[in-house]
Write a protein that binds this ligand. Sequence first.
Ligand SMILES: [Zn+2]
Length: 328
Amino acid sequence: MNKFTKAGIIGSVIIAVVLTIFALSNNANLSKQSNTEQNSIQNLSSTTSKLKVAASFFPLYEFARNVGGNKTEVYSFLPIGEEPHEWEPSIQQIEELKGTKLFIYNGAGMESYVSKFMESGEFQNMTFVKATDGITLLKADSAEDDKEILAQGGMDPHVWNDPIFAEQEVTNIKNAMQKADPANTQYYENNANAYITKLSALDNSIKTGLSNCKKDTFVSFHNAFNYFSNRYSIHDVWISGMAPEADVPPQDIQRVIQIAKDKDVKVIFSEDLVDPRLANTLADEVGAQVLVLSPLEGINQTEQQEGKTYLDKWYENLHNLRTALECQ
Ligand SMILES: [Zn+2]
């Protein structure tokens, strides 16, 4: 009996201890849970107090993110891995614009949907910020034979591939953020200055990197480097037109092959977001290798996971251009 009673008491104590531990851990879980809830409430309130900014595609997203820092919530309207030319948003993507205060877009015919947004009158609380304001645009080379480009005004939109024009886009974005959120004027000013310093460093690296080269002509995949080539006094011959996914007529392919042979081109550039087969075929034809020259219109999923930036991508471009132009 005694044994039994003793065992009974020990058993009860064990049960009580287990129950207490269970209750304590439950309490701990509860308090953990309420902390989490509190955190998410705090996050929500800090998120809602941030300026919500949509940028139409990758380079503008990059510029806006750098200027806006932690005072803004910046997202890319175009899913990052997609090609922006001729892209149209879905109803759901338009729905996600709710609460967005600034919509930053490139203009110059890059985002055909923007004029429809403006005309619809459905975005009265959103300010449209055209990042190319104040930049003297070039006429699109292929404007005469491309109805799509003509309909968009016939201009070349690819200003972001020139770091100096990119600086102007950054300044326009900064001005818009300051106007929308005057309490953080100095913050946006400092961030914009810091990023412009990085763009100036890129400009210097390109100038130095391309200062002593055997060749002055490169073959790009689509016509995205006019501003860039003008800035650094080099020439590009493109395979596709203003958009990378357009059909390329056989006579255009012949033209590129001829120039590539005349100029003894040893590198044909492909792009990160397009099918490389056409570039491969051309390269075989002229006995060249294929490298990537990104038009910075987006990045792929792996690069997104790695956190690749506009600047990272431009330094990679510079490396490949130096190979193509045989620079010292
Ligand atoms: Zn393009």
